[in-house]
Design a protein around this ligand. Structure first.
Ligand code: PMP
Length: 758
């Protein structure tokens, strides 16, 4: 049984303050669970907190006095309550009421400031400060001990499993989450409990125990940490876990709050790897602790609605943390990737990014930093476009099967997709990746032409399956490659900046190469069955094909009886601005078009569209079935993407933004010697860096440095091309004019830094 709270009025408190402490002040009641508390306002606006406690809690009060006395000697004295001593120098003064009851009294100086819970300013910057303050406090407490801190407490996070019998009293809707939380504690924390550091901690850094100064609507500063009533000798890391659990309540990005708090804490008191690893489970443990204690309180007062209201944020957070696996540190993630993912999967940037959210053309990392995504041509209509998300969610809730059932989304989709193509391309195959689309395109071409020989462009990339790696010079002629397949015939890359032909007739010259390759093969009895090319080369270095090339190449191939495949995996769906498909802007007339990346705005959807004749040749008797291709969810998403491109007029927007970007880049060319070439169509652009404009010597290192510096300014880019010196710009099409201008400005700064101004 807790002792009852003393029944003392303000006048008595004032009298005791004066007699025992020599403080003449006006007393106003303050809340308190066991103590009777008053706020004292004395002469010269000196303010104090006056606590009157029942005699029965003496050991705990002695503990609190002892801790404050100890902290006065440490460097946290500015953020912890300062004791005001009685007229005889005592920290604790015993008093007697008119009815003869005896009580313990103590006074501390009042902190100027408001409770964090009541603070109306933006408290974002406070999490780091709070973490630092708690880190300092815990370091100061390492040299403190007191018998009262060794007591058994229901708020001892290390012993949360002892509360498990209360699980049945938890509201049924929250119970499974509390159970999971406790199970995790048992499995993950319990085996390591004796490896965790132990010391005295405050043990209750909730937002009523943290005081702040509000200096403006967006500015608040930590003033102090009060109320050592729950102080306990336990696992040290519980301090941080408890502070995190409270600070994360009702936050849109709770892990961001936790990471700021942790960063601040670790400046003063570095966690051990085990502590760091267990922190998420300890935060969950504290939420379980709270919910179990409020379940116990409900047993005592079943009709108390306040209990239900107050446990709601904790239950919501617990559910969220249980459903979303806790984030790991970058080092941990890299170590796990190293162990459990194929090592030939590289990570972007020297300091890898952990991206947790996307919106429009922006990405956000786990610390809330915003980046303009200038390189993701997959999230074509903007990251997480609400219309696409909703279409996918709605269909996922309703049904997801395969294309062997009749489904309106599939039929609607193939009608819409083929309607966006030239009339002769009217038969669709829905698959899941660009690689699958190109692989199928090869099969279609072979089935129709009955030949394996294929013409491909130097530096091209068409996919990662064996059939495509062996015809993609970008891969098979690079590190680890085994060279081109025998049936793959490489044509020079139609690059007018660095390629074999650069003049005004380059288009014709490169077509002549196609013709002579066909002739060469013919003369050895190996007529080619297909010509395959990206309509603009991505991995090859953002190459814009010269005028007349694609149309001429297609005509030459068709004349030789072969099939023309246009790989639109990177560049389709309006990116080039003038047309829906890049082959159209390039004057190509393909027989097979492959699509991927942007088609599903990030959802794995891809497609092959061809003529009825080629589709008929492929209908050999062997069925073509693709388990996931064309499923209702993919089709609903594909339809939403087409809708958004149309309703938001993204194709013409890409044209306008692309021209604006190109203009800006052209202007930079005047100032930055590093820029050798600026090229592009719509929002598919490349900036080729050279160390010398005359020799066009590729500046790969400078390109990397520029990309890294752009990242520090909040702009995400990457490099490509055989010399890795071409900076690729291929953002979501929703990029705004302000985004473009900001990009140019950042480029200007980065190029100045990397290359020096002219
Ligand atoms: N073709 C081109 C032109 C590509 O750029 C890519 C991917 N970079 C692919 C095909 C392969 O697509 P996926 O990665 O979806 O298999």
């Amino acid at each position: 049984m807790r002792p009852t709270k003393p029944d003392i009025d303000a006048a008595t408190a004032e009298a005791w303050a004066k007699d025992a402490y020599g403080i003449q002040a006006q007393a106003t009641p303050l809340p308190g669970e066991v103590d009777r508390n008053f706020y004292l306002c004395g002469a010269g606006n000196h303010r104090y907190v006056f606590k009157i406690s029942p005699i029965g809690v003496l050991p705990e009060i002695e503990g609190q006095i002892a801790v404050l006395t100890h902290l006065e000697t440490t460097d946290v004295r500015d953020i912890t309550p300062r004791i005001v001593r009685g007229i005889h120098g005592e920290e604790l003064v015993e008093v007697e009421s008119s009815t003869g009851d005896r009580f313990l009294t103590r006074i501390t100086e009042f902190f100027e400031g408001v409770e964090l819970a009541q603070c109306s300013a933006d408290t974002t910057n406070l999490w780091h400060q709070l973490g630092t303050a708690l880190g300092r406090l815990d370091v100061a407490l390492q040299t403190f001990d007191h018998p009262s801190t060794r007591r058994h407490s229901v708020w001892d996070l290390a012993r949360v499993l002892e509360l498990e019998p209360l699980l049945d009293a938890v509201a049924p809707e929250h119970r499974p989450f509390v159970k999971t939380g406790l199970d995790r504690f048992r499995e993950r924390v319990l085996p390591h409990l004796d490896q965790l550091r132990r010391s005295v901690i405050h043990n209750d850094a909730n937002d009523y125990n943290v005081l702040v100064h509000e200096s403006g609507p967006n500015d608040a500063e930590l003033a102090g940490i009060i109320d050592f009533g729950d102080m306990l000798h336990t696992i040290t890391v519980a301090e941080l876990a408890i502070a995190c659990a409270y600070s994360m309540l009702d936050r849109s990005d709770p892990w961001l709050v936790a990471s700021r708090l942790t960063e601040g804490y670790e400046i003063q008191n570095a966690l051990t790897p085990v502590e760091r690893g267990l922190l998420p489970d300890l935060i969950v443990g504290r939420l379980c602790n709270s919910l179990l204690m409020s379940a116990q309180a409900r047993l005592a007062s079943p009709d108390d609605e306040y209990l239900t209201i107050s446990e709601r944020p904790a239950a919501a957070l617990l559910k969220r943390l249980i459903m979303n696996p806790h984030p790991r540190s970058t080092d941990d993630i890299l170590a796990i990737r190293h162990r459990h993912l194929g090592r030939n999967l590289s990570v972007s940037y020297r300091e890898p990014l952990k991206i947790v959210r996307g919106e429009g053309a922006c990405l956000f990392d786990h610390q809330g930093n915003r980046f303009l995504d200038l390189v993701n041509n997959v999230c074509h209509v903007g990251h997480c476009h609400p219309r696409v998300v909703e279409a996918g969610q709605r269909q996922m809730e309703m049904l997801n099967t395969n294309s062997r059932y009749l489904h309106d989304a599939l039929t609607e989709y193939v009608v819409r997709l083929t309607a966006a193509m030239p009339d002769r391309l009217s038969v669709c195959f829905l698959v899941c990746t660009g690689t699958e689309a190109n692989d199928l395109a090869l099969r279609l071409a072979r089935a129709h032409s009955r030949r394996r020989e294929i013409l491909v462009l130097d530096h091209a990339y068409h996919g990662h399956s064996p059939s495509l790696v062996e015809i993609s010079a970008y891969k098979c002629e690079g590190p680890g490659g085994e060279g081109l397949a025998e049936h793959a015939n490489k044509l020079p890359c139609p690059d007018v900046y660095r390629g074999k032909y650069r003049g005004p007739d380059a288009g014709t010259d490169y077509v002549a190469e196609v013709q002579s390759a066909i002739e060469r093969l013919r003369s050895s009895g190996r007529t080619p069955g297909a010509f395959m090319a990206e309509s603009l080369l991505g991995c090859g270095g953002q190459i814009i094909l010269p005028n007349g090339f694609l149309g001429g190449a297609h005509a030459a191939m068709r004349e030789a009886g072969g099939v023309c495949i246009a790989d639109e995996v990177q560049v389709g769906f309006g990116r080039v601005g003038t047309h829906m498909w890049a082959f159209e802007s390039m004057g190509g007339t393909p027989d097979i078009v492959t699509m991927g990346k942007p088609i599903g705005n990030g959802h794995p959807l891809a497609a092959v569209v061809t003529t009825p004749e080629i589709a008929a040749s492929f209908d050999t008797g062997m069925e073509y079935f693709n388990t996931f291709g064309g499923n209702p969810v993919s089709c609903a998403i594909g339809l939403a993407v087409l809708d958004v491109i149309e309703t938001e007029d993204l194709q013409s927007h890409a044209l306008a933004m692309g021209e604006r970007m190109k203009r800006g880049l052209d202007e930079l060319t005047d100032r930055h010697e590093l820029i050798g070439d600026v090229r592009g169509q719509g929002l598919f652009l490349g900036v080729e860096l050279v160390s010398d404009r005359e020799s066009r010597h590729p500046a790969g290192h400078e390109a990397d440095e520029t990309v890294e510096h752009m990242k520090t300014l909040g702009f995400l880019l990457s490099t490509d091309g055989p010399d890795h010196n071409v900076i690729k710009i291929k953002p979501p099409l929703v990029l705004t004019a302000e985004d473009v201008d900001a990009t140019i400005q950042a480029f200007d700064e980065s190029l100045s830094l990397v290359g020096g101004e002219r």
